[in-house]
Write a protein that binds this ligand. Structure first.
Ligand code: NAD
Length: 296
């Protein structure tokens, strides 16, 4: 069995690492914050002292970090993954970052004989805990085939979508669709409620029809409770939409609806809701319309 390194033990990384331990993999872990490291070591992992140290003890290194700058720091920086990597090591970056950044990191990794896959996920903390995340992977097919079994431990679906960077391009598409679905739900339910119809009845009436969606089923029950605990924080979705806008503009694609979703989230951040779940987009509409969409 391959020796695995895991760097970044936040909301997502910690349960993913624990699932690899449960499946019997030997794991060396590292995070800049000591608390989660101690918890995963308690569950059976070895403690790494730096990204370099983790890489020097691993055949495969998995990273789960916030955004492009953190991935660059952890992989390319001083005492980073590439400082400790042996030729032939595989780096799987499961963070959601800019596709261009994946390509830049991969190019540097290749100089050391390290092959990289970008493999961001969808599904959030509950699916990270259950081991049923959806992985969207970019990189060479033979490398993908070598590590698919490992990704299957953490995921319910694992799909190769193209060359390096394609995983993160797919994730940007995912994040546009999710943001706009939540905004559409919020706009519609605010209208229904202020027009005098019980939003729970509206939800039950439409969820089996064409307007029904995974987003509606996941976010509407929480909205009815006024529960906007994260989940997936608005500031992280702002990060993804910024990457979507930058990528879209760099390839010549106007994204008008994503721009509106971005400004709604920026307004919520200014209003103190940046740490709320992205389902909290509803609060933007509630404030505009002076109405609350709640169970009656
Ligand atoms: P998080 O902030 O909870 O975890 C990130 C971890 O990385 C933290 O523990 C932090 O200390 C660590 N870290 C930062 N810089 C580091 C460095 N240089 N070296 C080592 N460790 C470092 O974030 P998260 O919610 O786990 O999200 C991680 C990624 O997954 C993000 O790109 C996010 O967009 C994506 N994602 C999150 C969700 C979700 O629901 N939370 C769902 C899908 C995808």
């Amino acid at each position: 069995m391959e020796k695995i390194g895991f760097i970044g033990l936040g909301i997502m990384g910690k349960p993913m690492a624990k699932n690899l331990l449960k499946a019997g993999y030997s794991l060396t872990v590292y995070d800049v914050v000591p608390g989660p490291v101690a918890e995963v070591v308690e569950a059976g992992a070895q403690k790494g002292t730096s990204c370099k140290d983790v890489a020097s003890k691993s055949d495969i290194v998995i990273t789960m970090l916030p955004n492009s700058p953190e991935v660059k720091e952890a992989v390319l920086g001083k005492d980073g993954v590439l400082d400790g990597a042996k030729e032939g090591m595989i780096l799987i970056d499961t963070s959601s970052i800019a596709p261009l950044a994946s390509q830049e990191v991969s190019k540097e990794a290749a100089k050391k004989g390290v092959i990289m896959l970008d493999a961001p996920v969808s599904g959030g903390e509950p699916k990270a805990i259950d081991g049923t995340l959806a992985f969207m992977v970019g990189g060479p097919e033979d490398t993908f085939n070598k590590v698919k079994g490992i990704l299957d431990v953490m995921g319910g679906s694992v799909t190769l979508v193209g060359e390096i960077g394609s995983g993160n391009t797919t994730k940007l598409a995912n994040q546009i669709i999710v943001a706009l679905n939540i905004a559409a739900m919020s706009e519609a339910m605010t209208l229904a409620t202020k027009a005098g119809v019980d939003p729970e009845k509206v939800f039950n009436a439409i969820k089996g029809g064409l307007a029904g969606s995974t987003v509606l089923n996941a976010k509407m029950p929480l909205a009815l409770e006024g529960n906007f605990k994260p989940g997936f924080r608005i500031v992280l979705h702002i990060k993804d939409l910024q990457n979507a806008l930058d990528t879209a503009h760099s390839v010549g694609v106007p994204v008008p609806l994503s721009s509106v979703a971005m400004e709604i989230m920026q307004a919520l951040k200014v209003d103190g809701h940046g740490a709320d779940d992205h389902g909290g987009i509803l609060q933007f509409y509630e404030k505009l319309a002076k109405v609350e969409v709640r169970r009656q």
